[in-house]
Design a protein around this ligand. Structure first.
Ligand code: AMP
Ligand code: TRP
Length: 332
């Protein structure tokens, strides 16, 4: 059976980008057709300056939102990365397979170095080695598919390279995974800066729709989205990124093609009104379910405990095999 692994970092409140790019597919499709593991990758949240209490809080919230989005703990495994030692154990071996040069070529690393430096912060070494940990997340479970948004495609490519290199040097140990991207909304853009990704840890929040934003807040953010001064509604992602972003969001909510939708509108006002309404309705059931789950933290903790036990049992044999293959003396 196909195996799927994906994860979300508890570095901020989850956004519409996380949902349309990743989580919605995990819930609506992936968990039903494959043996799936979905992880709150908390170790990854330590690669930039962080507040310990906030990471803890956001980790539980991310798990609860994943369940609210429809992940069914009977049908898939939901867990927290740091609860399973195999991730960190395998990450070190992959650091011994990866090169310094290929890590430095990662777009996200280069962007985040600039961001850290302009905020006067030092760059943590773990920011550079992060893709080795991400590769370990995926390879420890023998995942065939990794459903992510477009920004993570380069990291999954690197994971493939590391798996192939390890297998070639030390004998076949890992499944070589492939990325799966959504057909629309693979990169939801910031509503205030449609040339940049809607990212959960950006400083300015006016262009970011959070999954727990109230309907009135969602409507305000969509209504104030930056478009352009051209008249008429057309789907031209490179020329008119703001309008294209709204059309993609609406498309992702309605299932109609962005280009077909564009023909239905002749004003930005109507497009924004319908997009806001579609997003509010899309998120309503998730918000209701999240409120129920928040009232019952014991349930979420129980799911994470069971999930970690299942994940541990799956990962252990593969990581042990990698330790043996690379030349480490097995304990007796
Ligand atoms: P992160 O927020 O970086 O932990 O991302 C969790 C998942 O959401 C990954 O699969 C990302 O590729 C996806 N994702 C994050 N932001 C966006 C976005 N703006 N558009 C589409 N997918 C996204
Ligand atoms: N790096 C991913 C992100 O920033 C999160 C992540 C960590 C991940 N490990 C993973 C995604 C393994 C898929 C598979 O979004």
């Amino acid at each position: 059976m196909t195996r799927i692994f994906s994860g979300v970092k508890p570095t901020g409140h989850l956004t519409l980008g996380n949902y349309l790019g990743a989580i919605r597919r995990w819930a609506d499709e992936d968990q039903h057709r494959a043996e799936s593991l979905f992880c709150v990758v908390d170790l990854h949240a330590l690669t930039m300056e962080h507040d310990p209490a906030r990471v803890r809080r956001l980790s539980r919230q991310a798990a609860s939102l994943m369940l609210a989005a429809g992940l069914d703990p009977q049908g898939c495994t939901v867990f927290v990365q740091s609860h399973v030692d195999e991730h960190a154990r395998l990450s070190y071996l992959l650091e011994c397979v990866a090169t310094d040069g290929e890590m430095r070529r990662m777009i996200q690393y280069k962007e985040k170095v600039v961001r850290a430096q302009s905020a006067g912060q030092s760059v943590r070494l773990s920011l550079l080695t992060y893709p080795a940990l991400m590769a370990a997340d995926i390879l420890a479970y023998g995942a065939d598919e990794v459903p992510v948004g477009e920004d993570q495609a380069q990291h999954v490519e690197l994971t493939r390279d590391l798996a192939e290199r390890f297998n070639l040097r030390y004998g076949r140990t890992f499944v070589v995974p492939r990325v799966t991207l959504p057909t629309v909304a693979a990169r939801v853009m910031d509503l205030q800066d449609p040339t940049g990704k809607m990212g959960k840890s950006h400083d300015s929040t006016a262009g970011i729709i959070y999954l727990l934003d109230e309907p009135a807040v969602i409507t305000k953010k969509v209504t104030r989205a930056v478009t352009d001064s051209a008249s008429g509604v057309e789907y031209e992602p490179s020329e008119r990124p703001g309008v294209a972003n709204l059309l993609e969001i609406l498309s992702s909510c309605t299932g109609k093609e962005p280009r077909t939708l564009a023909e239905d509108y002749d004003s930005y006002g109507a497009l924004k009104r319908d997009t806001a309404e579609a997003v509010v309705e899309l998120l309503r059931p998730l918000q209701t379910r999240h409120a129920e789950l928040s009232a019952d933290p014991g349930y979420v903790d129980g799911v994470l405990k069971d999930g970690a036990a299942r994940a541990r049992a799956l990962a252990r044999p593969t990581v042990d095999a990698a330790y043996r293959a690379i030349g480490l003396l097995p304990p007796t």
